[in-house]
Design a protein around this ligand. Structure first.
Ligand code: NAG
Ligand code: NAG
Length: 290
């Protein structure tokens, strides 16, 4: 019993010391390529005091989903805005629009150590008109697990200075969650039975070499028969700190929150203000697992 307690304590300590270096910071894209204008019309830039802090995803006229780690409870929602329809931050083309934020709802189960439930709903001050460059992505039915080996895309600007002007896109492949979990468990020095990849997470990237991920809060989308759906929200990955420099560890796929694991919460919270006609209208896509 004593040994068991000791080993779980070690796990917790290892976790605390390992994940925070990877967890609370928005991630950047590596090896991406410039996205074409309007190619990812649900991509938004979440900005705090006019600075890009995270990615986000438009899911309806009034709602954006992002990561819980992007928001600090002590920062008022009035400090945030979202930029839509624009590939270049500060691009100021006719395509772009800003929306002020009315409300931020972090998932109540968000755990800033394990990064479980790393999701937040962001309500826009006013419903946003859809255009060719601004339109929502489909959500998946709760029962769906995206098949292993599917090719999907992650997009974002990254959290680097100076910021890349143009939205980056990167093709990634979904990775078996059991294998990803074992890989991370070994990497984090956790014993058998501990699962860093929680039920509401998925992995995508490459086991052989690091391919990259977008900004935290940004989308991992996959296509099915011409319809794009939101498979994941960029959450965390493995980093190592050597001589004070934090680097992404090669050989670990990135980890994404699976938003469809939280459909009930999205439906329960993503309501329009009283007096407004429509409640959140989402299109759910049933995708059969192969
Ligand atoms: C994580 O959450 C705990 C309480 O829930 C809080 O005290 C702590 O400051 C948070 N840590 C970070 C890095 O936000
Ligand atoms: C993932 O890999 C495990 C272990 O090899 C295997 O048992 C399982 O069926 C795989 N799952 C999927 C969804 O491919």
């Amino acid at each position: 019993e004593g040994n068991e307690l000791l080993s779980s304590l070690q796990v917790i300590l290892i976790f605390i010391y390992t994940l925070p270096t990877s967890a609370p910071f928005p991630r950047r894209i590596f090896n991406g390529q410039d996205a074409k204008d309007g190619a990812w019309p649900w991509q938004v830039s979440v900005q705090r005091n006019s600075y890009h802090v995270c990615g986000g995803v438009l899911i309806s006229e009034s709602w954006v989903v992002s990561a819980a780690q992007c928001f600090h409870p002590s920062v008022a929602s009035s400090a945030y805005r979202v930029q839509l329809g624009e590939n270049r931050i500060f691009g100021q083309t006719r395509l772009h629009a800003f929306s002020l934020v009315k409300r931020i709802i972090p998932h109540p189960s968000y755990d800033n150590v394990t990064l479980e439930a790393d999701m937040a709903l962001v309500e826009l001050k006013n419903p946003i008109p859809f255009t060719a460059a601004i339109s929502p992505v489909c959500l998946l039915d709760a029962s769906v697990h995206v098949p292993v080996g599917d090719t999907c895309w992650v997009t974002g600007w990254g959290n680097i200075f100076p910021q890349p002007e143009t939205l980056q896109e990167l093709e990634v492949v979904t990775v078996n969650a059991t294998i990803c979990n074992d890989h991370y468990r070994h990497g984090l020095g956790m014993p058998e039975g501990d699962n860093p990849i929680k039920d509401d997470m998925m992995c995508a990237g490459s086991m052989e070499g690091y391919k990259g991920t977008g900004d935290s809060g940004g989308p991992l989308v996959c296509e099915d028969d011409g319809t794009w759906y939101l498979a994941g929200i960029v959450s965390w990955l493995m980093t190592t700190t050597v001589d004070g420099v934090t680097q992404v560890s090669p050989g670990y796929p990135a980890v994404y929150n699976r938003p469809n694991a939280h459909n009930d919460w999205i439906q329960a919270n993503g309501r329009e203000a009283p007096g407004r006609k429509n409640s959140l209208r989402l299109s759910y896509l049933f995708k059969q697992t192969r």
